[in-house]
Write a protein that binds this ligand. Structure first.
Ligand code: ZN
Length: 288
């Protein structure tokens, strides 16, 4: 049975902390390096529901993509939501470890898992990591479709293959345009618009797109149609949990650790309901 320090060392080989962005907060948040680990849970968000799931499961280690604290704090009192998370973790001997932008940039990383869930063939990173001579690590991925799809068909595939959320999938641009090459980026992707434009793809699938960046992006591409496909942030990153769990399973087998590795089934997308507008040809919803 491995110690926490041994399991963390293995996770660090997959997602070295020094590859995280300078503003990020990755690594071990709670846990005694000497404690034994038998059961591990992977999740996107270190929120109370997920920590409760870890306790119910009997997990000794929770690995999340998002940090618990991105900035400093002066309190972990249980009267605050994050303090309560810390209390629950420590009282139940559950270690918390975070792999965020270091997992985004990894090979394979968060966007490889997203591409895999959508059956897209990855040809390379959207923003290559200059420290990777092989050119495989970096943010986002550029992908090819073996069989071209319309934007609408690709959005429908995303709706079917990604975990269900209230938001579903939104499309900007011509739904009937044909997609042969697509850029994907798990999580908030609107900081990557310049790279997407330069990549010469037909569509960009990501999350958290806002009105002004999206409409400016659509306006700035001139003659070349480029569609945006916007999924829920949590749904675009969840496939990484399955990928990461499979990677740790392999490591456990190699070392004979016998770890039980699980993926969280708790939906932590903050949006809980969606009311579709009535179908009408009038933009203001008045009957025609
Ligand atoms: Zn994220």
């Amino acid at each position: 049975m491995p110690r926490l320090s041994e399991v963390i060392a293995a996770l660090e080989t997959l997602w070295p902390a020094e590859r995280a962005e300078s503003w990020d907060a990755v690594g071990t948040v709670t846990g005694d390096p000497g404690q034994e680990v038998t059961r591990v849970l992977f999740a996107v968000d270190p929120v109370q529901e997920v920590v409760d799931e870890a306790v119910r499961l009997g997990a000794d280690l929770l690995v999340t993509h998002h940090p618990l604290y991105l900035r400093g704090t002066t309190t972990v009192a249980a009267g605050t939501p994050k303090g309560r998370v810390v209390h629950t973790l420590i009282k139940n001997d559950v270690a918390l470890h975070v792999a965020h932008t270091n997992a985004d940039k990894a090979d394979p990383g968060v966007s490889d898992a997203l591409a895999g869930a959508l059956d897209l063939r990855v040809t390379g990173p959207l923003v290559p990591d200059p420290d990777d001579p092989a050119g495989r690590r970096g943010l986002g991925r550029i992908c090819e479709l073996d069989h071209p799809l319309t934007v609408r068909e690709l959005a429908e595939r995303a709706a079917q293959r990604l975990p269900a959320t209230a938001q579903g999938i939104r499309v900007a641009g011509d739904p009937d345009a044909v997609v042969r090459r697509v850029a994907v980026s798990g999580g908030s992707g609107d900081s990557l618009f310049d790279r997407v434009r330069a990549a010469g793809v037909d569509a960009f699938l990501t999350a958290d797109l806002r009105h002004h960046p999206a409409s400016e992006f659509a306006a700035s591409v001139g003659e070349r149609p480029l569609a945006l496909i916007d999924a829920a942030h949590w749904a675009t990153e969840w496939p990484w949990c399955e990928l990461a769990a499979a990677e740790l399973d392999q490591i456990s087998d190699r070392h004979g650790w016998g770890l039980r590795v699980h993926v969280s089934t708790t939906v932590t997308d903050p949006w809980t309901a969606h009311a579709a507008s009535p179908v009408t040809t009038s933009p203001m919803g008045a009957p025609n």
